[in-house]
Write a protein that binds this ligand. Structure first.
Ligand code: ZN
Length: 313
């Protein structure tokens, strides 16, 4: 792969979905109040988020941090043209989402057979086919679905996940009518070359799908992976305020790439995100106070590049 400047094609803008209220907060020991969650979501939208994952409709015993997603969804002041989505696992979750006024829901299946069998004793393909009733319900209730393919790049049980396995899960999602799919590096095992190759492959094979990338920064490859995704032409990325995150069902998984780090990198390169970075940084500081500990965010620690440039005398 040649990397001369004139060979790199990057988008002029990307879309960043704020997944902090779900992927971030679900792993925190501190349970935030409904008011604090609402504040974080509303501030993220004010800062420029056009897509926010506000929580999940799953069993409260499984993920107590998300038990109040219904109340959060009802309380947030909605802004036009902003997508508020939530994670669900089944039809019951989808009905709860609808009741709370959430019209976009995300369903997750693992790309890794071993991961899927270990967690829920079903193959990835069986899991996605099981979502058909959700797809039918959404189609008749004016709701939209997106799919997330977790462990799409690597998995603690089987190591590198083959592209063919990912494509097989994509096919199943397409069969039930889901047209928006995210490839999630749940365990932070993806590397940039792998991201470039897989993104190129899936876009070629499924050009009608809206592709989203979701990276955890477990081994410091998160932003490099975004760069590889952008070079492959992908324009939608998940990120998490203050770099919170992880996955309670994936051993060793740590935080998502931080929203402020991703925005900062894009703005430094002249790629528009629609966010006001200073506002996002201020949200990150608020979160650190709310949860009472430091988080994995470079920009929150070091400041922006432009902060340290001294005026010339
Ligand atoms: Zn995640």
């Amino acid at each position: 792969m040649k990397l001369g400047a004139d060979e790199i094609k990057l988008p002029t803008s990307i879309n960043i979905c704020e997944v902090g209220p779900r992927d971030g907060l679900q792993n925190e020991k501190t349970l935030l109040s409904i008011e604090h969650k609402v504040e974080l979501i509303e501030k993220s939208v004010q800062a420029g988020a056009k897509i926010v994952e506000i929580g999940s409709f799953v069993h409260p015993k499984a993920v107590p941090q998300m038990a109040d997603t219904d109340a959060v969804a009802r309380k947030i002041r909605r802004v036009d043209n902003v997508e508020y989505r939530a994670l669900i696992l089944n039809l019951k979750g989808l009905e709860r989402a609808e009741d709370a006024g959430v019209t976009k829901a995300k369903l997750t299946a693992s790309a890794s057979r071993a991961h899927s069998l270990a967690n829920i004793n079903r193959t990835p393909e069986e899991v996605v086919r099981g979502f058909e009733e959700c797809a039918n319900y959404a189609a008749t209730h004016n709701m939209e679905l997106s799919g997330a393919i977790s462990t799409a790049f690597g998995c603690p049980f089987e190591g590198r996940v083959a592209a063919e396995q990912v494509l097989s899960v994509v096919s199943c999602f397409r069969e039930i009518g889901v047209k928006e799919l995210s490839l999630s590096d749940t365990t932070g095992m993806a590397n940039p070359l792998q991201v470039y190759e897989l993104c190129t492959k899936v876009q070629k094979q499924f050009p009608d799908v809206k592709w989203v990338l979701h990276f955890h920064n477990t081994r410091g490859m998160g932003l490099a992976n975004v760069m590889a995704g952008m070079m492959a032409g992908v324009k939608y990325y998940d990120a998490c305020f203050a770099g919170l995150g992880g996955c309670p069902f994936a051993p060793g998984a740590t935080g998502n790439i931080a929203t402020e780090d991703l925005i900062h990198m894009c703005h430094e390169m002249g790629i528009a995100t629609g966010y006001d970075l200073d506002q996002v940084i201020s949200i990150g500081r608020t979160i650190r106070k709310m949860i009472g500990h430091d988080t994995a965010s470079f920009v929150l620690d070091a400041g922006k590049c432009s902060d340290i440039v001294k005026p010339q005398k």
